[in-house]
Design a protein around this ligand. Structure first.
Ligand code: GLU
Length: 445
């Protein structure tokens, strides 16, 4: 049924963020799915800024949001700003009053937190025939409203006796989401609304508004919540990194983040995992949405990121590292020698410093990491380096355990158990500097 509909109408989707700060990883996913749904079907993807709650607005957030979306390749065909469309909303609200589907209310606005199901369902002003004030929805009694959710693929219905008389237009003339988004979805001929799960409880209000405003109701899909792998709860700003900008700052690449979120709530038929944006659009299938809340596994994100890091040429990787991921005073010539060694081993750009920082500065060596024979190991290594003997020969010649010998060497040279291949590292670091570091550890106790 969904398929034949897709063929009939022009698919138009929208991403409708409020410019209140950084981009939530769940919002990036919403935008991506809306983009893919439109583009897979040759349709349009719109960016609509829902900035009618001026108290929550953050200066600069709009520009930052646009820059971030572009980094991910999510470009829009049309752009709208709700604050520039205020007359549309107020005339829609007035029309609803005229048609008997809404009423004026002059009560003091309640605390926003109370604007929910906990408040009285029926507003006493609905019977007062006031001529000014805020405008609220006149919810009918005992009527069933329902829709089929295209993400969850099921019919969901409510009895209007459980739906409250929601505010549509505030007394200051600004619309609420309940009005503005519905007016826009109709006037922008949106075919599919994809939005966060938080909006599900408000959907009966929206269905009524759509029906009263007239026109064709868009299909609606509510995306699942992304859960923390550790707590099994919704990702929380306090506990978890949730903003796309935070992931970029940690050195995750846009293509990896995007590939990771693609599969947080959608799956292809064939278990394929790697998709560029273009490939995702091509393979996108509206029936691939999953019903269960996905979990955010960092090791999966790291796997994707490692994959995309390794797709880069050394030159590209150096350019990426230059965006704040290099130790201070990095020697660029040295860097070009190190990058090939490191590329295979780092999961994110920020790993570079901890993994290869020892090339640029001497690290404190934690002696407790060293094995009990470390002095012997390191002395023989110094000797080998001085005499130009291959380090690989040393363990056998001296009856050392290979693993123990090289581990002590890593720790003494790099201050860490995790390093690029140690032979190559010593070569890059230079014989003299390496010997100096080894001697320092031997003598320093
Ligand atoms: N501004 C709403 C939000 O950020 C948009 C929801 C929607 O896509 O309709 O949650």
């Amino acid at each position: 049924m969904i398929k034949s509909k897709l063929k009939m109408d022009k698919i138009r989707t929208r991403f409708a963020p409020s410019p209140t700060g950084f981009l939530h990883i769940g919002s990036l996913r919403t935008a991506l799915y809306a983009y893919a749904l439109a583009k897979h079907n040759g349709g349009d993807f719109l960016l609509r800024i829902e900035d009618t709650d001026q108290k929550r607005e953050v200066p600069g957030a709009l520009e930052a949001l646009q820059t971030t979306l572009k980094k991910f390749g999510l470009t829009w065909d049309e752009f709208y700003t709700q604050s520039e469309r205020l007359p549309l909303y107020s005339s829609a609200a007035k029309k609803l009053v005229k048609d008997g589907h809404a009423f004026y209310c002059d009560c003091k606005p309640k605390n926003a937190k109370l604007e929910g199901f906990s408040q009285e369902l029926r507003d006493p002003c609905r019977n007062k025939s006031l001529k000014s004030g805020a405008i609220k929805l006149k919810v009918p009694d005992d009527k069933v409203v329902s829709y089929c959710d295209f993400v969850h693929k099921k019919e969901i219905s409510w009895n209007t006796d459980t739906v409250y008389d929601a505010t549509l237009l505030k007394s200051d003339g600004f619309p609420t989401y309940h009005l503005a988004a519905m007016v826009d979805d109709l006037s922008m001929k949106i075919s599919h609304i994809l939005r966060g799960h938080d909006w599900l409880p408000s959907t009966p209000i929206h269905l009524l508004v759509f029906d009263y405003l007239g026109g064709k109701r868009p299909e609606i899909g509510h995306l699942t919540d992304i859960l923390s792998a550790e707590t099994g709860k919704k990702l929380s700003k306090r506990r978890d990194s949730v903003f796309v900008e935070q992931f970029l700052d940690m050195g995750y690449l846009p293509e990896a983040i995007l590939n990771f979120v693609m599969l947080l709530g959608w799956a292809p038929k064939d278990n394929r995992e790697l998709f560029s944006l273009g490939e995702f659009v091509k393979n996108f299938d509206i029936n691939g949405f999953q019903d269960a809340n996905p979990r955010f596994f960092y090791n999966k994100l790291n796997w994707f990121n490692g994959h995309y890091i390794r797709q880069k040429t050394d030159k590209e990787l150096i350019e990426l590292l230059k965006n704040g991921f290099l130790p201070e005073n990095t020697d660029m010539e040295l860097l070009s020698k190190i990058v090939p060694l490191v590329k295979e081993r780092i999961a994110k750009l920020s790993d570079f410093s901890s993994f290869a920082g020892f090339f640029f500065e001497k690290k404190e060596v934690d002696k407790t990491l060293l094995g009990k024979n470390y002095k012997e190991h390191l002395s023989k290594a110094v000797e080998a380096l001085e005499r130009g003997i291959l380090l690989d020969k040393i363990p056998e010649e001296n009856g050392f355990k290979v693993g123990d010998f090289f581990m002590d060497l890593r720790i003494a040279i790099a201050g860490s158990k995790f390093t690029p291949p140690i032979n190559e590292s010593i070569e890059i670091l230079g014989k003299e500097e390496s010997i100096e570091r080894l001697k320092k550890v031997i003598s320093n106790n």
